[in-house]
Design a protein around this ligand. Structure first.
Ligand SMILES: CSC[C@@H](O)[C@@H](O)C(=O)COP(=O)(O)O
Length: 343
C-alpha cells in the first residue's frame, strides 16, 4: 500500500484525517484540491509532502501561480518546496518530463527509506551510539548511554526500547518511513522490544497514525502522553529516542513536530541517545541555523477543540506552533539514506 501515488492521471493519497477510523483514498485532479489536502494534513510528513509537491506540478498545467501556491502550502518541511522545484524545473520540457521527475522522486523516497531503516538499525544494534551530553546523574545511575555499560547493543540479545514522536512511518513517506522505518527494521530483525509513541497533541499523529501503523506491523508499542516523555527518559529503560525531521539546517539544528525539543532535552539530561532519521532531501544547506527556519503556526482552533469537540471555555485563545527546533548540540546523530552525521 502506498501513501501517495500517481494513478491513471491523478494523485491518489490516503486521507490521513480519517485514520484510524477508516482508510480512505482521495483522488485529486487539481492543484487546489491538493493544496487543501496538504493544509488539512490529509497528506503530511516531510517525505510525502515532497512527493505531493512534485506530483502536484504535473496537475498544474504549467500555471506559475498554481505552482507558487502549492510550494507555499505549508512552510516548515523543506521537502515540499524541494519537490515542487525539482518537478517545475522540467515544465519547459512538457508534462511527461515533469511526471517522470515526480515518479523518480517517489521511487527514490522508497529506496531512501529502506536505506535509512537498515543504517539506523545497524547503528543502534552495533551499540555505537553514545548520547552527547553525559550528566553526573546518568553516570551515577549507569543508565542507557551513561558510558557505564548501558545503551543500545550492550546486551546482544536484548530488544531495544525506542521512544518516538509524531508519525514518521510509511504514512509520512510513500511505503516505509524514516524514524519509524528504523523501528520497523529492528522489528523485522527481531530486535525491537517496544516503541513508546508520544500521542502528539494537538492533531494526535502518534495516537492515530503511529499506533495504527505499529499495530499493522505487529510491533509491540504503547502510547505516552506528551508531557510524560522527559520523565520516562529520566526513569530509565529507553534505549534511544528516534525522531524524523521537517528541515535540517546546515549546522544540524532540526525542525520537527512540536514536542521534539522537550524529548531532546530529556534525552540529554538522562544520557539517552537522541537520533534524527531523515533523507538527504530534508537537509537545507541554504538555511545556516535553526533560527532561519519558518515555523508554521496553525492557529487556536486545533488546541481548544479535539476532533470537533470543544475542550476549553468559549472564547479561550491558544498558541499553536506545529514544530519546534532542536539545537544540533542535543542531537547524537543524524541518520540519512547516505550517511551518519554527528552534528
Ligand atoms: C518522516 S516525517 C518527518 C516529519 O515530517 C514528522 O516528524 C513531522 O513532524 C510531521 O508533521 P506533520 O505536521 O504531521 O506534517
Amino acid at each position: 500500500m502506498r501513501t501517495i501515488d500517481w494513478v491513471d492521471g491523478a494523485v491518489e493519497l490516503i486521507d490521513q484525517t480519517r485514520l484510524p477510523d477508516e482508510c480512505v483514498t482521495l483522488r485529486i485532479t487539481t492543484v487546489d484540491e491538493l493544496i487543501d489536502a496538504i493544509r488539512r494534513l490529509a497528506v503530511r510528513g516531510a517525505p510525502a509532502l515532497g512527493v505531493a509537491g512534485a506530483l502536484g506540478v504535473a496537475l498544474s498545467g504549467g500555471d506559475p501561480d498554481a505552482v507558487a501556491r502549492l510550494r507555499a502550502a505549508r512552510p516548515t518541511a523543506v521537502n515540499l518546496a524541494w519537490g515542487v522545484d525539482q518537478a517545475a524545473a522540467w515544465l519547459p520540457e512538457g508534462r511527461e518530463a515533469v511526471l517522470e521527475t515526480a515518479l523518480r522522486i517517489r521511487d527514490e523516497d522508497i529506496a531512501a527509506c529502506l536505506a535509512m531503516g537498515e543504517r539506523g538499525a545497524d547503528l543502534l544494534t552495533a551499540g555505537l551510539l553514545m548520547a552527547g551530553p553525559v550528566t553526573p546523574d546518568a553516570l551515577a545511575s549507569g543508565g542507557p548511554g551513561s558510558g557505564a555499560g548501558g545503551g543500545p547493543g550492550s546486551d546482544a540479545d536484548r530488544g531495544l526500547r525506542i521512544m518516538t514522536i509524531c508519525n514518521t512511518g510509511g504514512l509520512a513517506a510513500v511505503e516505509r518511513g524514516t524514524a519509524l522505518g528504523v523501528a520497523q527494521t529492528l522489528h523485522e530483525r527481531g530486535r525491537l522490544a517496544e516503541v513508546l509513541a508520544m500521542e502528539t497533541r494537538p492533531l494526535l499523529q502518534g495516537a492515530r497514525l503511529t499506533a495504527w501503523e505499529l499495530a499493522r506491523m505487529g510491533a509491540p508499542h504503547r502510547l505516552v502522553a506528551d508531557g510524560a516523555g522527559p520523565y520516562l527518559l529520566a526513569r530509565g529503560g529507553v534505549d534511544a529516542v528516534l525522531v524524523g525531521a521537517d528541515r535540517i539546517a546546515a549546522n544540524g539544528d532540526t525542525a520537527n513536530k512540536i514536542g521534539t525539543y522537550a524529548l531532546a532535552l530529556g534525552a540529554a539530561r538522562a544520557g539517552v541517545p537522541f537520533v534524527v532519521v531523515a533523507p538527504e532531501t530534508t537537509i537545507d544547506v541554504a538555511t545556516p541555523t535553526g533560527a532561519g527556519i519558518e515555523i508554521e503556526d496553525r492557529g487556536a482552533e486545533e488546541i481548544v477543540t479535539l476532533r470537533g469537540t470543544r475542550l476549553a471555555p468559549e472564547g479561550t485563545d491558544a498558541v499553536n506552533p506545529a514544530f519546534d527546533v532542536t539545537p544540533h548540540d542535543l542531537i547524537t546523530a543524524i541518520v540519512t539514506d547516505k550517511r551518519v552525521i554527528r552534528p
